[in-house]
Design a protein around this ligand. Structure first.
Ligand SMILES: C[S@@+](CC[C@H](N)C(=O)[O-])C[C@H]1O[C@@H](n2cnc3c(N)ncnc32)[C@H](O)[C@@H]1O
Ligand SMILES: [Zn+2]
Length: 371
C-alpha cells in the first residue's frame, strides 16, 4: 500500500455503507455487510472481515508515518453518516499492535528544518516546583511520542548532575527526549525501551537530528556522543550495560509508565503499563531499584518522574510508594520536585460523579543518590 499524499485514498470505500445510531443511550453500528453490532464494530471487523481490518490497520500506520495525528485519522475513518466510528485510542493501539508484531515499521517522514538548536534564555530550576507551561520545541523535540516528558526536565538533570563526557542512561527512553538532550550537551547516553514503536521513534529522531545538523552551520554534533538505543527491559539494565561494556553511570533517568494510564504495547509481557495490580508494579519497581544500585557510580544520581493515578475515583499513590521503595533499598533522597501537570485524565470523569474530587495537577520528580 503506497501513500500518494491524497488522504482520501486512505478512506476505505466501504465506510460510506457504515452507519452509527443511538437507541436508549446505546450505540449501534451497521456494518457494510449489513450486520448490526452494538457498542464497537472492532470485534466484528476482526472476526468477520479480518483481511479488510488488517488493511485498515496498515492505513493507520501509513498515515501516522506521514505525520497525521490520531485524531485526524479518527475523523478520516468516520462512518458514512459522518459519525465517528473508532476512538483515537483504538487507532493508536492498532498502530502499536501492528508495529509490535513487526508487520509494518514506523518510518516517519524526516523533519525539514530546526528552528533553533538550544532553548532561549535557559536557566536551571532553583526550587522544588518545576512548571513548564510550554514544552520545549528546540532541536527536534516534539510531543509526538505519547507520554513524553518536556526536554526541560532532562536538560535540568543533565546540567545539574553530570559533566561533559559522562554516561547517562534513560531506562524508559520512549521517544528519546533525554537522548536528544544528552547529545546536544555532549554526554554519552544509552536509552532502553521495550516498545518497538519507541525504538523506531528514537532511531528516526536521532537520524533526523544528525542529517539536519550536517547541513546547518549553527550546530556541530559530535559523533562520539551519538546516543545508543537498545530494545531491552529496564529490569535487565545491569546485564545490558555489561554487554555494552559500559560502567561509570553518573545519571539514570527513569520515567516509567504510571501503571496502566497509557498503554505502550498491546501484549508485551515486559511492559510495566500492562500491569493491573499495583503490588505487582511495586515489585517490579523494587527490582528496578536494585538494578540501578548495581550500575550507578557511588556519587551517581537516579531521577524518577512518576505521577499518581485514580481508580474508581480513589487515588493510587504511586509516587509515595515508589519513593518508599527506593528509600527502603538504601537510596538517599536529595530532592522531591513537584512538576506541574496540566491534564489529569484519570480524575476528569470522577469530578462530575463524586463530590470533592480534585484534578491532580502535579507529578513527582524524585532525585535519589546511591549513598
Ligand atoms: C512515560 S514513557 C517515557 C517517555 C520518555 N520520558 C520520553 O520523553 O519520551 C514510558 C516508557 O516506558 C516503556 N516501558 C514500559 N515498560 C518497560 C520496561 N520494562 N523496560 C523499559 N521500558 C519500558 C514504554 O514503552 C514507554 O515508552
Ligand atoms: Zn460486517
Amino acid at each position: 500500500m503506497e501513500y500518494n499524499g491524497e488522504e482520501s485514498k486512505y478512506r476505505p470505500v466501504e465506510l460510506s455503507r457504515v452507519s452509527v445510531t443511538y437507541k436508549d443511550g446505546r450505540r449501534f453500528i451497521t456494518c457494510f455487510c449489513g450486520e448490526e453490532v452494538s457498542h464497537s464494530i472492532v470485534p466484528h471487523l476482526k472476526k468477520c472481515h479480518r483481511e479488510k481490518w488488517q488493511d485498515w490497520e496498515k492505513a493507520f500506520v501509513i498515515l501516522k508515518n506521514h505525520g497525521y495525528s490520531w485524531k485526524k485519522i479518527m475523523h478520516l475513518f468516520s462512518a458514512g453518516d459522518g459519525k465517528l466510528l473508532f476512538s483515537w485510542t483504538v487507532i493508536e493501539n492498532s498502530v502499536k499492535e501492528v508495529i509490535e508484531s513487526g508487520r509494518l515499521q514506523y518510518v516517519p517522514i524526516p523533519k525539514e528544518m530546526v528552528k533553533q538548536w538550544e532553548p532561549n534564555n535557559f536557566s536551571l530550576e532553583g526550587t522544588t516546583v518545576w512548571d513548564f507551561p510550554r514544552r520545549g520545541d528546540w532541536a527536534i523535540h516534539s510531543g509526538n511520542y505519547r507520554g513524553n516528558w518536556p526536554p526541560q526536565i532532562p536538560r535540568n538533570l543533565i546540567i545539574r548532575y553530570t559533566q561533559e563526557g559522562d554516561v547517562i542512561i534513560d531506562a524508559f527512553a520512549g521517544g528519546g527526549t533525554t537522548l536528544i538532550e544528552a547529545w546536544l550537551l555532549r554526554r554519552r547516553s544509552i536509552g532502553l525501551d521495550i516498545s518497538k514503536l519507541a525504538i523506531q521513534t528514537m532511531k528516526a529522531n536521532l537520524s533526523d537530528m544528525e542529517e539536519l545538523a550536517k547541513k546547518d552551520d549553527r550546530i556541530s554534533l559530535d559523533s562520539n556522543y551519538r546516543p545508543v538505543v537498545i530494545n531491552a527491559n529496564a529490569l535487565e539494565l545491569s546485564n545490558v550495560l555489561e554487554q555494552q561494556n559500559v560502567n561509570n553511570v553518573k545519571l539514570i533517568c527513569a520515567h516509567p509508565p504510571y501503571l496502566g494510564s497509557i498503554r505502550y504495547t498491546t501484549n508485551n509481557e515486559e511492559d510495566l503499563a500492562l500491569i493491573r495490580d499495583p503490588d505487582i508494579f511495586y515489585g517490579k519497581i523494587r527490582d528496578f531499584s536494585r538494578e540501578v544500585k548495581k550500575i550507578l557510580t557511588d556519587d551517581g544520581v537516579c531521577a524518577i518522574l512518576i505521577g499518581d493515578i485514580r481508580r474508581s475515583g480513589e487515588v493510587v499513590p504511586l509516587g509515595l510508594n515508589v519513593l518508599n521503595i527506593f528509600v527502603a533499598e538504601g537510596f538517599k533522597l536529595d530532592n522531591i520536585v513537584i512538576k506541574t501537570q496540566n491534564r489529569d485524565s484519570s480524575s476528569e470523569f470522577w469530578v462530575g460523579h463524586k463530590s470533592n474530587i480534585l484534578l491532580m495537577a502535579h507529578e513527582y520528580l524524585f532525585i535519589l543518590r546511591k549513598a
